[in-house]
Write a protein that binds this ligand. Structure first.
Ligand SMILES: [Zn+2]
Length: 120
C-alpha cells in the first residue's frame, strides 16, 4: 500500500512506525528499534539515509538561535553567550528524535514510491 507523505509524517512525528503507525520507533531516547515490533518494517537502517535532513535542520535551528541572539539585548555579554550556547544545545538535543523520525518518514516515503524507470 502506498501512503501519502503527510500520512507517513503524521505517523513518524508521533514517533511511530512509518508503515503501520503502531510500533514505536525508539527503544530508548534516540535509539531506534532495528525493526518495527508490529509489522517488521526496517527502521534502524533508515537512520543512515536521514543524515542530510538532520544536518540541514541542525543548520536551520542554529540560524534561528543566531537570529534570536541578535534580536535580544542582554546586559551581560558573557551571560548572553552562555545562554545562547545552552539554548542551542537544548534545542538541538530535544528536537533530535523528532527530526530523525521525520527523516525516517521521508526515507520510507521515497522508498515506497514506484520507480519510473524500474526494469529498463
Ligand atoms: Zn510497523
Amino acid at each position: 500500500m502506498l501512503y501519502h507523505l503527510h500520512d507517513v509524517l503524521r505517523k513518524t512525528i508521533r514517533l511511530k512506525c512509518p508503515d503501520c503507525g503502531e510500533g514505536s520507533l525508539y527503544s530508548r531516547w534516540n535509539q531506534l528499534h532495528e525493526r518495527c515490533a508490529v509489522c517488521s518494517c526496517t527502521l534502524q537502517r533508515r537512520e543512515e539515509e536521514g543524515w542530510f535532513f538532520i544536518y540541514m535542520t541542525t543548520a536551520g535551528l542554529t540560524g534561528v538561535v543566531v537570529v534570536v541572539m541578535l534580536l535580544i539585548d542582554v546586559p551581560d555579554i558573557f551571560l548572553g553567550q552562555i545562554g545562547v550556547l545552552v539554548a542551542w544545545f537544548v534545542i538541538i538535543l530535544l528536537t533530535l528524535p523528532i527530526r530523525k523520525a521525520i527523516a525516517i518518514g521521508i526515507d520510507y516515503y521515497i522508498e515506497q514510491r514506484p520507480r519510473k524507470n524500474a526494469g529498463t
